[in-house]
Each structure stands twice: as structure tokens, then as C-alpha cells.
Design a protein around this ligand. Sequence first.
Ligand SMILES: NC(=O)c1ccc[n+]([C@@H]2O[C@H](COP(=O)([O-])OP(=O)(O)OC[C@H]3O[C@@H](n4cnc5c(N)ncnc54)[C@H](O)[C@@H]3O)[C@@H](O)[C@H]2O)c1
Length: 390
Amino acid sequence: MAGPLRIGLVGVGQRGLQHVNSLVQLQQEEIVQITALADPFPENLDENKITGYVPDYSPAGVKLFDSADAMIESGLVDAIWFVIPPNQHRGEIERAAKREIAIYAEKPQSLFLDDIVSQDIAITKAGVPSTVGFQMRHDRGYTDIANYLKGKWVAAMTMVAEGGVENHGVKHSHTEEQGGPANRVWTANRAWSGTSIVEAGIHQTDIMRYWSDDDVEWVRATYTERPPELHDTEGDNPIAYTVTYGMKKGGVANLLFTKPARSYYNGRFDYIIWTHGTIKLEDDFVDYSFDEDWPPDEKPTIGEVRKVISAGPHNTAMGGESTRAISEAFATSIVENRPENRLNSFHSSINSLASVLAANISNDLDGEKIVIDEFINDDKYARYRKNPNR
Ligand SMILES: NC(=O)c1ccc[n+]([C@@H]2O[C@H](COP(=O)([O-])OP(=O)(O)OC[C@H]3O[C@@H](n4cnc5c(N)ncnc54)[C@H](O)[C@@H]3O)[C@@H](O)[C@H]2O)c1
């Protein structure tokens, strides 16, 4: 198609503003044109508020809507970036797909598998381009790891993500008017976020699939619940999460996530074990692996087995560079008809979302092993798939 791609964005909140920032940069390069924004709260569409976050934003040529449906019916957009909280979807993605509008869906695409299947069917039936907002797949260093591991068997991966309640942002949804938390910190609230594993750990889950070129086959999870007397002040999400994934090719992945309050600590620890190596994310991303004739005459020094697979310094894989890169990749994949620019699709991303939703079920069922295909298809999990509000 002839560019620039006409883009509408639904949900001008914390993440939506980050996308507007990237899209404004892509607009300056004439790759996209922002033609519409939608949000039910007028203050979120206010020019002064938006330019406070995105100084280069101009409202010229941008039509404002108070609902996604009005935007979908306007004929003004070729693609929509859906950036609304996961419990707020009411069939908008399905209706946009039916109108042959390309879909960029922020993760988590919903908190309920039945809704995700419905979104997927509509997208697949319409044949529209789609992607899910896993921007870490577009990080240079993480992509170097994925490329390095091509053709190797990943036996084990561990990601530890240490964070805290205070690191959650105050959001732009008026949750206090919508039956949600009074302080607008909806990521600390289970009914809105689906737990931190669903809301945030989905990124780590997805990147482990990307690195290993694999899918999750089963999950077991045990959470440490936050004491009820702290829910009013700290939210009702667990304090700590221990999640184990069995991968289809036989490897095992561990995701450990922590969310205490009042600690203000952020930390990360990762390893990737393949048959003959240990990959570590140091200032450089490195593989410790002896790749000469084995066994060696003498035990090599650690320096002799250390191989740089991606030179630092590295950006924060979740940050602005990868956010811009994923939007650019999606837009150019459509304008230049290069689907290979998209490093996932709505359909291929279902495994990441089903895995984190299944972690919640496993925890509810005392650590039961949940096979992802059974979670998606079997009657015994039907009640966990259903959206009680629809
Ligand atoms: N990929 C990432 O790194 C990343 C980072 C942050 C958030 N997110 C995801 O982005 C989504 C939005 O999160 P956020 O932090 O921006 O939340 P937010 O509450 O700050 O913003 C959401 C916005 O959507 C609007 N909205 C809600 N329902 C709507 C509807 N039906 N139609 C139109 N607008 C609607 C709200 O008014 C609000 O302005 C979530 O799914 C979140 O998990 C992704």
C-alpha cells in the first residue's frame, strides 16, 4: 500500500502516550500519520496534557473520539494501536478486524481466554496484519541472543525480576469511577491486572519463547499471597511468584517475580543454558562455552571460554528504543508488505498469554500442572476461560 499508514490509537494513558511519542517520531519520517485518538475521558485527549508527555505532538489532522467504535466506523484509520487495560476489552478488536483494520494489541490482550480466542478468530478470518506489544523482541541485544541460539537446544532458562509495589505507576484510567482501585494504581489490583505475572511477567514469558524458539507446553506455579490486611494500602496482588514452564522441546524455564512494598529495590538475574553453554547478560551479553576440540588438554580459564555474543552497552530492553522499533516494524510490515518484519502475530502470541493465565490457575489449584493445550481446549478449564462480565 502507499504510505504513510493512517494510525488510530485507542487508550491515551501511560503506555498510549509512550506510543504517541514513538508514532510522532515515525510521522516525522513520513512512515505513519496519526489520524485519530480515542479515550472515554476528555482530559486524556487534551492537547496540553498530551504535549506535557510528548512535546512534539501536534493535534493537526488528528480526530478525537470518545470510543473505539466511533473511530472504527470513521474510515480514518488503516491500523489501530489498542492500548487499554486488559479487563476493558468489549469486542472492539473483533469489530476493527471485521472492518479490515490492522491490529496492534498491547499485552495482555485480555484477562480471559474466551475473549482472546474470539479476537483471534476475527483477526484470522479477516486476514488483517496483527501484532502484540512484546517490544523486547525488537531489542538489539535480545535479538542477538535469539539469533545466536538458532539451531541450538535450550535446556533451561531462568529470569528473576525483582520489583516493588511502589514501582507501579499511577495510571490514566479513572479506575475510581469504574469499580477499581481509588488510587488508579490498577497494576497492583488483581481484577484489573490479572496478577503481576499476567500483567508484567508476560514479557519475560514471551522473551523466553523468543530466545528458545519454543512454546510453553505446561506450567506449574506457586504464589505467596499478600496478607489481606495489606490489600487496602498495597493492592491485592501476591508478594512473590514462582512459575515453572515446561517447554515443548523439553527445556524448563523458571520465572521468579517479586513485589514487596516499601523496598524500592529493582533487580534482574538471568541465565540461559544450552547443551554446551551458559549465556549471561553482563555489560556485554556473553556465552561461556568451550568451542574447540573437546576435551582440552588443560582446563581453560574462564576468560578463555567467555565469548561476547552481543557487545554492550545495552538499552533497557523494555524501553523507548524497542517501543519505537516494534511500532516501526509493524507499520513498515504493512506499508512495504513485509510480514517478516513482525516478530509475532496475535495468533502466535496466544501461547505467552495462555501460559501466564494458566500460572494463575495452577496457583489456585495448589501447584497443579496445567497443560496449555488442555487449558485452551478442555471442558475442565472452561470456567477459567470465561469472562464473567460478558
Ligand atoms: N508493553 C509495555 O511495556 C507496556 C507498558 C505499560 C502498559 N502496557 C499495557 O498497555 C495497556 C494500557 O496500560 P496503561 O499503563 O496505558 O494504562 P492507563 O490506565 O494509564 O491507560 C489506559 C487508557 O485507556 C483508556 N481506556 C480505557 N478503556 C477504553 C476504551 N474502551 N476505549 C478507549 N480508551 C479506553 C483509559 O481512559 C486510559 O486513558 C495495558 O494492557 C498494559 O498492560 C504495556
